[in-house]
Design a protein around this ligand. Structure first.
Ligand code: FDA
Length: 398
């Protein structure tokens, strides 16, 4: 064992994980005068913040509200979200002079780089005396009280212990199942976990038929189970991605179809019937290409529809077009899994936590915040908003 670190000893608050939720909790608790230590096992803090939003961090969403979250208890997130809103985070960003813009649908991104957000969080932590230590995995925790944490550099004790270790997604970025394992060791129930906001894969037969569309994107309405999203679908060399599919993947489970309406703004059968009268010599392929990328229109004709002139297309033919496009019903073979998923669905059962403070009902002084909790946001800044809001809620109480 290496020499005992100078930070070993007793703290008011120890936070495990220096991601979005952990750093927000630290700066909020520090501002209340608590002595806070943050332990992070990676070589730098906030790695997911750095890689998010294509390097520009979609740090919140102006419209974030409970309807943008999945959880076995759809009311759980309301309290924290209402006490730390997107505008609270925007005010912090503006105080630090970080330039930002709305991309679409209320999604706010940094103009320059995600590094601005990490620097802001670290500056806020430093200003209130929070100590952040990297390259220090916590290996075991004795839930106490007092809570005792074991690391290779020594043992620390604390009055309040906050678990902010995130989920399983992107293991090469430092993701671990540590928070889930610790919850299990305390007898806290977990909701089943699975990869979400993730591309789906297609079986080799369908993939072979669609492979030359890789890189093509289509405006759609995509549905899976209870989720419906008006966004683009992207064909990939493994299957389907793009915002519509990532969103729908959070609702999709193996064995379910995804329904992809390729003509979100029109009834394609009625449109063909109209055109059959006004433009009878138009081919089906050219009609489809008025609304779809040419390569998709051509492929759909080659695979399923043929390319007749509209004048010879009877009602059975029109119905076939509708069945192939509105919606196109596709049965994914799986997802790309945690390797590429943006988030982990499920996690620490909210029944075990106070929605006001994130403290465990049966383990006073132990808190779970951020992605480790069974609260999962839609794509578009909602997951960070949950990290900020839940971190802030715990930070007011630890
Ligand atoms: P997070 O995973 O951020 O932090 C957990 C920390 O705990 C990590 O630093 C980890 O190293 C550390 N840790 C784990 N085990 C440990 C142990 N035993 N000891 C010590 N430390 C340990 N969301 C959004 O709203 N807008 C966006 O633009 C994006 N973009 C995006 C892109 C990509 C590629 C991914 C993978 C994810 C996103 N997200 C996103 C989702 C967002 O990144 C995610 O919801 C938050 O980072 C969750 O924050 P947490 O702090 O809960 O976990």
């Amino acid at each position: 064992m290496s020499e005992t670190a100078e930070w070993a000893g007793h703290w008011d608050v120890v936070i495990v994980g220096a991601g979005a939720a952990g750093l927000m909790c630290a700066l909020a608790a520090g501002a209340r005068g608590r002595r806070v230590l943050v332990l992070e096992h990676a070589n730098r803090v906030g790695k997911k913040i750095l890689m998010s939003g294509g390097g520009r961090c979609n740090f919140t969403n102006m419209h974030s509200g409970p309807e943008h979250f999945l959880s076995s208890n759809p009311h759980f997130m309301k309290s924290a979200l209402s006490r730390y809103t997107p505008w609270d985070f925007v005010a912090l960003v503006e105080r630090h002079g970080i330039p930002y813009h709305e991309k679409k649908l209320g999604q706010l991104f940094c103009d320059r780089s995600s590094k601005d957000i990490v620097a802001m969080l670290l500056n806020e932590c430093a200003a209130v005396g929070v100590q952040v230590v990297t390259r220090t995995p916590v290996s075991t925790i004795d839930a106490g009280p007092p809570h005792a944490l074991v690391t290779a550099a020594g043992e620390v004790r604390c009055d309040s212990l906050v678990v902010a270790t995130g989920g399983y997604s992107i293991p090469k970025m430092g993701a671990t199942g540590f928070g889930f394992d610790f919850a299990r060791s305390l007898g806290i129930p977990l909701r089943p976990t699975r990869a979400a906001l993730v591309p789906v894969t297609l079986d080799s037969r369908l993939l072979g038929r669609l492979r030359d569309l890789s890189g093509v994107s289509v405006d759609t309405v995509t549905r899976a189970d209870g989720g419906t999203f008006r966004e683009n679908v992207l064909f990939t060399h493994r299957g389907l991605s793009g915002p519509a599919v990532l969103q729908a993947s959070s609702y999709w489970e193996p064995g379910m179809p995804m329904e992809i309406d390729l003509f979100p703004d029109r009834d394609i059968a009625a449109y063909i019937r109209d055109m059959r009268v006004s433009r009878p010599r138009l081919t089906l392929g050219n009609l489809l290409a008025e609304w779809l990328p040419k390569r998709v229109a051509r492929r759909w004709c080659a695979l399923w529809l043929g390319n007749p002139r509209l004048e010879v297309l009877d009602d059975v033919g029109i119905e076939r077009v509708q069945q192939a496009c509105q919606p196109w019903t596709v049965w994914p073979s799986g997802t790309e899994g945690y390797r590429t998923a943006e988030v982990t669905l499920g996690g620490v059962d909210t029944e075990a936590l106070s929605s006001k403070t994130m403290e465990c009902r049966d383990h006073p002084g132990v808190y779970f915040i951020g992605e480790v909790v069974d609260v999962t946001g839609h794509l578009g800044g909602h997951n960070f908003q949950w990290a900020w809001a839940s971190g802030h809620a715990a930070g007011q109480h630890v």
